[in-house]
Design a protein around this ligand. Structure first.
Ligand SMILES: [Fe+2]
Ligand SMILES: [Fe+2]
Length: 223
């Protein structure tokens, strides 16, 4: 699926995932899917948290948009668990995602810009997931018996791309218009660039392993 790789290359990330990472994590599909399932669950929860914390209709269609994302993520969770179960795995009770935790730590809590940071952090997770799914789709397509995984990652690429755009647009609209126009304390584009750079640093520091947001093996080549 070279077209996905080409699409991912156009994303504004500050680092790129080599295909070797995809081959390495796909060697343990059960662990990868178990991690992935938690990410989808967390993504659904995140959309609901955003609604709970900022319930107002301060952006047109805000409630419909967040509930739509939560619905998409719940459907993704179901799809991932189906493939996990098919392979003999099951959803565990606990899960840690230091990558997402460290991204969230960038959010300036209690500030008027907190919602913008939260939207940017959400956009970054979607953006990186998109890029990782392009690698996974490409590598899974070359593995016998992993056709279902290739189809999953291919479909999720498009969905998460849509979510990334929604969160990014919401952040810019929040900063630049509507009732919160006066609340943003830094230029929104500068903040986005800062967070893009931080995301690449955070990802590079993650340990390797069969997880969607894991670090990259030391030596990298093609898939
Ligand atoms: Fe998702
Ligand atoms: Fe998403």
């Amino acid at each position: 699926m070279p077209d996905l790789i080409a699409k991912a290359a156009a994303l504004p990330l500050h680092s790129r995932t080599p295909l070797e990472w995809g081959r390495a994590v796909l060697a343990d599909p059960i662990s990868l899917l178990a991690d992935h399932a938690f990410l989808e669950k967390k993504a659904a929860q995140n959309a609901m948290e955003l609604l709970t914390r900022w319930p107002g209709e301060w952006l047109p269609g805000w409630v419909e948009t967040m509930t739509g994302i939560a619905r998409d993520e719940a459907a993704h969770l179901s799809q991932v668990v189906r493939l996990l179960t098919r392979r003999g795995g099951r959803l565990g009770r606990t899960h840690a995602n230091p990558y997402a935790s460290q991204l969230r730590a960038l959010v300036r809590l209690g500030s008027h810009d907190e919602i913008i940071d939260r939207l940017f952090a959400s956009a970054l997770i979607e953006l990186r997931s998109c890029e990782r799914f392009s690698v996974l789709a490409t590598c899974a397509a070359q593995i016998e018996g992993a056709e279902d995984l290739a189809a999953l990652y291919n479909a999720l690429f498009s969905s998460e791309m849509g979510h990334y755009k929604v969160f990014l647009k919401a952040a810019h609209r929040t900063a630049g218009g509507g009732v919160r126009r006066k609340l943003a304390s830094v230029p929104v584009e500068s903040r986005w660039q800062e967070m893009l750079a931080a995301e690449a640093r955070i990802l590079a520091a993650q340990p390797v392993g069969p997880r969607v947001h894991s670090g990259v093996p030391a030596t990298s080549s093609s898939c």
